[in-house]
Design a binder for this molecule. Structure first.
Ligand SMILES: Cc1cc2nc3c(=O)[nH]c(=O)nc-3n(C[C@H](O)[C@H](O)[C@H](O)COP(=O)(O)OP(=O)(O)OC[C@H]3O[C@@H](n4cnc5c(N)ncnc54)[C@H](O)[C@@H]3O)c2cc1C
Length: 418
């Protein structure tokens, strides 16, 4: 048992690491224990589908902070251990194996896991060796080992992870087919202009990108490896390797079993506090009410994990700094850096500034005349301005926004929407 001023953090990812360091810096007086299921120190996940898959980043280069940083901050990091349950009344957690740890405060930073593909030909708990998902370093390593010049790769899902894997695999010389069940790629996160742009980019790069095509079943050989993917349009695609990128599920089961409020993720306030005042949560496993959008959101991004972790740390140390950050995200595919701010769902008008054919443009999304989101492709300076415009819900004339001869910065003193 630990002493009762212990902060236990379950989940050693972006949020868990940031929270551990953050609380210590803000003066948490007692022991801090960071518990992680994966065998390695907290690492950056975004390169897994990018530089790491392409072989230009090593496992070491992904590590967020070296062991010494935790040691200097007197943070005990315990890896390779799954937390099995929480008893909020006794204020203890039980680890897989049966040992119990007591806490004064508990932080849940358990992230998420890939949604599994459920189609004919696949048996639960008997995943074919050449069918992969991508969440961990181990997943990325397995995919990397399977990809080579000429490998026939089928990517199921045209979201960010799927498209980034496709781009990386093309760099490695693989033959890539992407199957997206929706009528367009990135449909869940962006508007038609961006979807059309990325479709063309991938097709130009040699990806066989098919939209409106669902996977009907997979065909396995005698060794249990996927031999072909059969599509809803009857096409049969032979495959050496299949990567499934069909979304993520929040790891909220621990919280739910402990009786915490869960609604598609662990419900937290702006300081990360859950329905139990002694338990905070941060990162991909959470949902929160977002003032700017007037609704509950679950965000899957590093910036959100860090902001929520910092806010939770501030609250735990009695120096509250609530999180009201505007969501933002990035994606790297080929030579393109996409940066997105805000949530475009429900937009009424999309205004383009710059030209997609020049591979440098920004799409603004307006609702009721206010800028609610923006997607910038190879426009880092404009993106910085866009972040401020979205945060202020600026009301801007669409024609002025589109006019590249007018500096975007001039809109920084806008009328804020009521
Ligand atoms: C391939 C890929 C590419 C990405 N690219 C981008 C990008 O370009 N930009 C961006 O902003 N975001 C990107 N993301 C998303 C980003 O990585 C996540 O939003 C971020 O990692 C969330 O951090 P987290 O701490 O909430 O969760 P995670 O980083 O998932 O960490 C959670 C940790 O908790 C552990 N855990 C879970 N349950 C338990 C338990 N019961 N006991 C012990 N440990 C447990 C897990 O093993 C995991 O290590 C990408 C994600 C992936 C997978």
């Amino acid at each position: 048992m630990q002493s009762t001023d212990t902060l236990l953090i379950v989940g050693a990812g972006s949020a868990g690491s940031e929270l551990a360091i953050g609380v210590r810096q803000l003066g948490w007086p007692g022991p801090i224990v960071l518990l992680g299921e994966e065998p390695c120190l907290p690492y950056h996940r975004p390169p897994l589908s990018k530089a790491f898959l392409q072989g230009t980043a090593t496992p070491e280069s992904l590590t967020m902070r070296p062991q010494e940083t935790y040691e200097k901050s007197h943070i005990e990091v315990r890896l390779g251990i799954r937390t099995a349950s929480i008893d909020p009344t006794a204020k203890t957690v039980t680890l897989q194996g049966g040992s119990t740890l007591a806490y004064a405060k508990l932080a849940l930073c358990t992230g998420g896991r890939p949604r599994q593909l459920a189609v004919e030909g696949l048996v639960a708990d008997a995943t074919p060796a050449n069918l992969h998902v991508l969440r961990t370093q181990a997943d990325a390593k397995a995919i990397r080992e399977a990809l080579a010049e000429g490998t026939r790769l089928v990517v199921i899902g045209g979201g960010y992870v799927g498209l980034e894997v496709a781009a990386s695999a093309r760099k490695l010389g693989a033959h890539v087919t992407v199957l997206e069940a929706q009528p367009r790629v990135l449909a869940r996160v962006t508007g038609e202009a961006l979807s059309a742009f990325y479709t063309e980019v991938h097709r130009d790069a040699g990806v066989d990108l098919r939209v409106g095509v669902a996977v009907q079943r997979v065909e396995c050989d005698q060794c249990g490896r996927v031999r072909a993917v059969i599509c809803s349009d009857g096409q049969r695609l032979e495959a050496d390797c299949v990567v499934v990128g069909v979304g993520m599920l929040p790891n909220a089961e621990l919280a739910a079993a402990a009786g915490l409020a869960v609604d598609g993720g662990i419900v937290v306030d702006a300081l990360g506090v859950t329905s139990d005042p002694d338990i905070v949560a941060a990162g991909d496993c959470t949902v929160h009410d977002h003032a700017l959008y007037g609704r509950r959101v679950r965000l899957e991004s590093v910036p959100n994990a860090l902001e929520q972790a910092r806010a939770a740390a501030s609250g735990l140390c009695g120096k509250p700094k609530p999180n009201h950050a505007v969501p933002w995200f990035w994606s790297d595919q080929y030579d393109l850096k996409l940066q997105m701010v805000g949530l475009s769902a429900g937009f009424e008008q999309c205004v383009l500034r710059g030209k997609p054919q020049e591979r440098s443009f920004i799409a603004f999304y307006l609702r009721d005349g206010c800028v609610i989101a923006a997607d910038a492709v190879n426009r880092p300076a404009d993106f910085m301005v866009a972040k401020r415009l979205v945060a202020a819900a600026s009301r801007i004339d669409a024609a002025q926004l589109a006019d590249a001869s007018l500096a975007l910065k001039q809109h920084l003193a806008p009328l804020a929407c009521a």
